[in-house]
Design a protein around this ligand. Structure first.
Ligand SMILES: O=P(O)(O)O[C@@H]1[C@@H](OP(=O)(O)O)[C@H](OP(=O)(O)O)[C@H](O)[C@H](OP(=O)(O)O)[C@H]1OP(=O)(O)O
Ligand SMILES: Nc1ncnc2c1ncn2[C@@H]1O[C@H](COP(=O)(O)OP(=O)(O)OP(=O)(O)O)[C@@H](O)[C@H]1O
Length: 489
């Protein structure tokens, strides 16, 4: 594959994670996920390995996540080759946008990238119908359910079944200095499908975005946990979105209220985003058989939301992006406490039979039936847990659930004139204006087998940090302490 001759000028910063730096091209509506160097050693000699691993990421998205989350939501990527010159131009150009903690991380000179459709933009064909900026929201919702497994140690039963992982992890992150204050966002509210709880969750994300919420205006990040002084850009962006006018709200289309205060804009925006997140776009036959995801009717103890009478057990609409993500997350049936002993059994087996790494494609490739994971398979394997093949399948299902718990939803939207006949789905806001939108789920990479070890240890730290923060009585109930954040030592 020949390296593409690209000019870094047409590329802009989109985002960055542990594994890659994402840059977008507004002319081609494409994003390149540029692989970062994983260790200090130059990867010249292992170029083929880097290529294989990037191809594995593409195949995992296409063959494992896409059938679970839906083809409408998970785009198919392709591997592209980029020149060293392009990589150094990009490193130079993106320096000012990157978080200071990431600046020492270099791009891998092997020069492979995943090319995906740009989730911040709308398809070019609908461009002429749109008014004002294309606004894209990225939400990293994290785990949306409470574990129900009997494998959770008795001492932690109550706490694990009443407080969600995200809310508990906030205490650990605060203690580690990773965040300044605990977020009031609770994933269980977002995944509840209930309008008022979802609105509460979205507004909490806006107030304290951390790495769970970002807003892009015409492809540029204007609001995130990393941007400072961002209130005004957000206010301008939402005003432009609602008026359908990029420049001046006095040219607002009929039905608009002109420039509003930020709170009013955020209320209106959360209602709009909520409608998009529950819109059923994926009509494909579910590969889950007749299983449905389950939510806990109760709210997480940390949430400010109150359950209203009549709230359903699962308010999410089948085929909506949140429904499908939740269902994939729930391939974790045994919880980390139940999977860990199975993982240990598998590791012991692989020590004795290293050839089985390949037999079971544990490091990929993923484009084969070895990675066909779904709820029916999980159910059968739990009934036959003595067999090592069942253990392998359950561990794989757990790894897939980890990817679904860590992915992000990107929703690109733009105002359309009422009555315009666009091919994209459309929702209407409280004042009767219409917005077309497109949803993509990003970060669909496979998690390595040894991640289970990290997840197991991290889970212990998370529970411990929470217990120390809130206080915990001997009968296993939580005793809330005021100003208790200080108490994690
Ligand atoms: O374990 P978690 O829940 O803290 O998730 C990690 C994320 O932290 P978060 O809590 O979302 O800030 C973490 O996000 P950040 O890099 O901290 O933004 C990564 O997504 C990590 O995955 P990987 O190492 O890139 O494969 C994520 O690790 P795993 O999903 O592999 O556990
Ligand atoms: N198709 C896309 N279109 C637009 N932006 C994207 C796309 N894919 C990724 N991004 C942006 O790039 C960021 C980093 O991408 P990604 O999450 O895939 O990287 P990562 O290194 O795997 O992250 P993490 O460490 O969180 O797992 C995303 O959070 C998002 O802002």
């Amino acid at each position: 594959m020949a390296a593409k001759t690209e000019n870094a000028n047409s590329w802009v910063y989109r985002g960055e994670g542990n594994r890659c730096l994402a840059v977008g091209n507004s002319f081609s509506n494409e994003v390149y996920l540029l692989t970062k160097l994983r260790d200090k050693v130059s990867s010249h000699e292992v170029c083929a390995d880097v290529k294989r691993s990037v191809q594995n990421e593409v195949d995992f998205g296409r063959c494992v996540l896409r059938p679970l989350i839906g083809e409408k939501y998970v785009p198919v990527g392709k591997v592209v080759c980029v020149s060293k010159d392009f990589l150094s131009q990009i490193e130079e150009k993106m320096r000012k946008h990157r978080s200071s903690r990431r600046l020492l991380e270099k791009l891998d000179p092997a020069g492979f990238a995943v090319c995906l459709p740009d989730a911040c933009s709308l398809p070019k064909v609908v461009g002429s119908y749109g008014h004002g900026p294309v606004v894209c929201v990225e939400v990293k919702p994290k785990t949306g359910f409470l574990p129900r497994s009997s494998t959770i140690p008795v001492a932690h039963h109550k706490i694990r079944q009443s407080v969600c992982r995200y809310c508990m992890q906030q205490c650990l992150k605060l203690h580690q200095g990773k965040i300044q204050e605990r977020s009031q966002y609770c994933p269980l509210d977002l995944f509840s499908g209930t309008a008022c709880r979802m609105d509460l969750a979205i507004k909490a994300l806006v107030r304290n975005p951390q790495n769970n919420f970002k807003v892009f205006r015409d492809g540029h990040v204007i609001y995130s946990g990393d941007t400072e002084n961002h209130q005004q850009p957000l206010q301008d962006c939402l005003t432009a979105l609602f008026t359908g006018n990029d420049k001046d709200s006095k040219y607002a289309l009929p039905g608009d209220l002109g420039t509003q205060k930020i709170d009013g804009l955020v209320d209106r925006f959360s209602e709009l985003l909520r409608q998009m997140l529950v819109h059923p776009l994926d009509e494909s036959e579910s590969c889950y058989g007749n299983t449905t995801p389950s939510t806990t009717p109760e709210c997480c103890t940390e949430s400010r939301a109150k359950l209203q009478q009549g709230d359903s057990q699962l308010g999410l609409v089948p085929g909506s992006v949140l429904y499908n993500i939740l269902h994939a997350q729930q391939l974790d049936v045994l919880d980390i406490e139940g999977i860990y002993p199975l993982y240990q059994r598998l590791v012991a087996h692989l020590d004795a039979h290293p050839e089985d790494w390949d037999t079971w494609c544990l490091k990929g490739p993923y484009d084969n039936t070895q990675w066909t994971v779904n709820h029916n398979v999980v159910k059968k394997c739990i009934e036959n847990i003595d067999s090592i093949e069942s253990v392998v399948a359950l561990v794989k299902a757990f790894l897939v659930s980890l990817t679904a718990k860590d992915g992000s939803v990107m929703v690109a939207m733009q105002r359309v004139e009422n009555g315009a006949d666009v091919t994209l789905p459309v929702v209407t806001d409280t004042v009767g204006n219409k917005y077309m939108f497109n949803i993509q789920v990003v970060d669909t990479k496979p998690k390595p087998l040894h991640r289970i070890q990290k997840y197991f240890s991290l889970n212990k730290d998370i529970v411990q940090a929470y217990i120390q923060t809130v206080g915990y009585s001997s009968d296993g109930t939580i005793v809330k302490q005021e100003a208790s954040e200080e108490s994690v030592k």
